[in-house]
Design a protein around this ligand. Structure first.
Ligand code: ZN
Length: 88
């Protein structure tokens, strides 16, 4: 018997968190993932046109993906990228 409750319940889904480099080019952000957790390739994602790049969940751009790729991943800022922000 299928466990339908799993699909009804709104759980916080767990996505792999992947550090990306943000670069601003021609009025919009590009988020560069150097090593995809699913296929190991480099992927480029759009990061919007705001003052700061938009991170968060994305659908994976894999050409030869491994299992679970359909969940996508969560883009997070690269560590050590402070860029003049005063935090803490
Ligand atoms: Zn990939």
């Amino acid at each position: 018997m299928e466990k339908f409750w799993r699909y009804n319940k709104k759980e916080t889904m767990e996505f792999p968190k992947v550090e990306v480099k943000a670069s601003f080019y021609r009025g919009s952000w590009s988020l560069i993932m150097e090593c995809c957790p699913y296929c190991g390739e480099e992927h480029l994602h759009g990061g919007g046109k705001g003052e700061e790049p938009m991170y968060g969940h994305r659908v994976s751009h894999c050409i030869n993906p491994s299992k679970g790729y359909e969940k996508g991943y969560e883009l997070i800022p690269e560590k050590g990228d402070h860029r003049g922000r005063n935090s803490g």
